[in-house]
Write a protein of this length. Structure first.
Length: 362
C-alpha cells in the first residue's frame, strides 16, 4: 500500500480544519492592511512612518479599483487632493488621468518600500487584538497565513455592483463596468443609470459610433454629474443624438432586445449590449465575517469616528467602506486622511513604533 504523506499546508483546502502555518519573517506585521487602494496605501505609509511594520494585501493589483476604471477616465479631483504620504502629485493638465494616477501610486509604493502582496485574497481574519491570524489565497489557490497585531480593512466598494435583479442580467452582453468604446462601434447599446459613470460612458460610446439609449429611473440626470459633463450629456439628449428614457426602468434583457417600462408604456428595443452603471457597494458579508457590526439602514460599520477602530478591538475600517452604502460621502480626497487617524491610535495602543518583534507562532 502506498505510504500516506501529509499535504503541504499551502495545498490544504481552506474549508478543512487545519494546522496554521508557522509564521515566517515575511508573514507577520504590526499592522496588516486589507486592500491596496489609495486608502490602504495611506494607512500603511502612516503606520510605517510611526515605526510599525505594515503589510498590505490585495486580491488584485496595486490600486486595483482605479486600474479597472474606464481606460480614458479623467478624475474630477485635482491632483493635490489625491496625494498620499505627502508625496506631490503633478499632472500636465488640471485633472489627472487614470494613467497618471496609476503611475503616481506605483511611484509612491516604491518610494515608501511598501510591503504589498498583490493577487492574494484575504478570506478569513481570526484571533483577537494584538494576535490576529489572516488567511489568504493566491491566484493558484495556495493558502497563505499571516499574523498581525492590528488589522485595517480598506476593501473599497468597486468589486460588487448593485444588481438590477431582472431577467437577462446574467447574459454576456451585460456589464456593470465600462472600459472603452471601440468594441461597440455601430451597435445598439443601452446604458442604465443617471450619474457620472452612465453619463460619461454614454458620451464616450456615442462619440465612437455606438447608437445609445440611456435609461434612468429618475426624472433627469443626477445632480452629482460633473459640472462639465452635465451640459454635454443634456445637449446630446436634447438634440436627439442620444435617446434618453427618464422615469423608466429596464424590465428584461434578451439576446437581441431590451424591454423597458416607460411613462408612455412598455417599449421593446433592438439591442446588442447593455451597461448597467447603477453603482457599487462594499462587501458587507466580508465585514460581518470578521465581526464588524453594520448600521441597519446605511450599512455603516460601527466604529469610533476619532480613530476608526471598529466594534472589534484591534480591527480598523478605512476609506469608502466607512460610509456604508453612502459611497459618495467618502472618496480618495477625504479617505486618504484615515491613515493618519489610525496611525495615531496605533501609537497610543502599541506604545510607539519599532515593535517589530516576530509574534509567537504557537
Ligand atoms: C469611475 C470613478 C471615478 C472616480 N473619481 C474620483 C475622483 O475624481 N476623486 C475621488 O476622490 N474619488 C473618485 N472616485 C471614488 C474613489 O475612486 C473611491 O472612493 C476610492 O477608490 C476608494 O478608495 P479605497 O482605498 O477606500 O477603496 P478602493 O480604491 O476600492 O481599494 C480597495 C481595494 O481592496 C481590495 N480588496 C477588496 N476586498 C479584498 C479582500 N478580501 N482581500 C484583498 N483585497 C481586497 C480591492 O481589490 C481594492 O484594490 C471615483 C470612483 C469611480 C468608480
Amino acid at each position: 500500500m502506498k505510504a500516506l504523506t501529509p499535504l503541504p499546508v499551502e495545498q490544504i483546502p481552506e474549508t478543512l480544519a487545519r494546522a496554521q502555518a508557522l509564521a515566517r519573517p515575511d508573514s507577520w506585521a504590526d499592522v496588516l492592511v486589507v486592500g491596496a487602494g489609495p486608502t490602504g496605501m495611506a494607512c500603511a505609509i502612516e503606520a510605517q512612518k510611526a515605526g510599525f511594520k505594515a503589510i498590505v494585501i490585495d486580491k488584485g493589483c496595486l490600486v486595483n479599483s482605479i486600474y479597472h476604471y474606464p481606460t480614458n477616465m479623467v478624475f474630477f479631483t485635482t491632483p493635490e487632493l489625491l496625494e498620499i504620504g505627502d508625496i506631490p502629485f503633478t499632472t500636465a493638465l488640471a485633472k489627472p488621468t487614470r494613467l497618471e494616477a496609476l503611475e503616481y501610486y506605483r511611484r509612491v509604493a516604491e518610494h515608501f518600500h511598501l510591503h504589498i502582496r498583490q493577487y492574494e485574497w484575504v478570506k478569513t481574519i481570526t484571533g483577537e487584538d494584538r494576535n490576529f491570524r489572516v488567511t489568504t489565497t493566491n491566484r493558484h489557490d495556495a493558502i497563505h497565513d499571516y499574523r498581525a497585531r492590528k488589522i485595517v480593512v480598506a476593501t473599497g466598494y468597486y468589486d460588487l455592483a448593485n444588481q438590477l435583479e431582472i431577467p437577462g442580467e446574467d447574459l454576456d452582453k451585460v456589464s456593470h463596468y465600462y472600459r472603452e468604446p471601440h468594441p461597440y462601434f455601430d451597435t445598439d447599446v443601452v446604458v442604465i443609470g443617471g450619474k457620472n459613470s452612465a453619463a460619461e460612458a454614454a458620451l464616450d460610446l456615442w462619440r465612437h459610433g455606438a447608437r445609445i439609449t440611456l435609461v434612468h429611473r429618475g426624472a433627469q440626470m443626477h445632480d452629482h454629474v460633473k459640472y462639465w459633463v452635465r451640459p454635454d450629456i443634456e445637449n446630446r439628449i436634447r438634440s436627439g443624438e442620444i435617446t434618453a428614457h427618464f422615469n423608466s426602468t429596464v424590465q428584461e434583457i434578451g439576446a437581441d432586445y431590451v424591454a423597458l417600462r416607460t411613462p408612455s408604456g412598455p417599449l421593446r428595443l433592438k439591442n446588442d449590449f447593455v451597461f448597467a452603471l447603477t453603482g457599487y457597494h462594499p462587501d458587507y458579508d466580508f465585514l460581518r465575517s470578521v465581526g464588524i457590526e453594520l448600521s441597519p439602514e446605511q450599512m455603516r460599520p460601527v466604529c469610533d469616528p476619532e480613530n476608526l477602530e471598529s466594534n472589534v478591538p484591534g480591527i480598523y475600517v478605512a476609506g469608502v467602506i466607512v460610509a456604508g452604502s453612502r459611497t459618495n460621502e467618502i472618496f480618495i480626497e477625504n479617505g486618504r486622511f484615515h491613515g493618519k487617524l489610525i496611525a495615531a491610535h496605533l501609537s497610543e495602543q502599541l506604545g510607539g513604533g519599532n515593535q517589530n518583534l516576530p509574534l509567537d507562532a504557537t
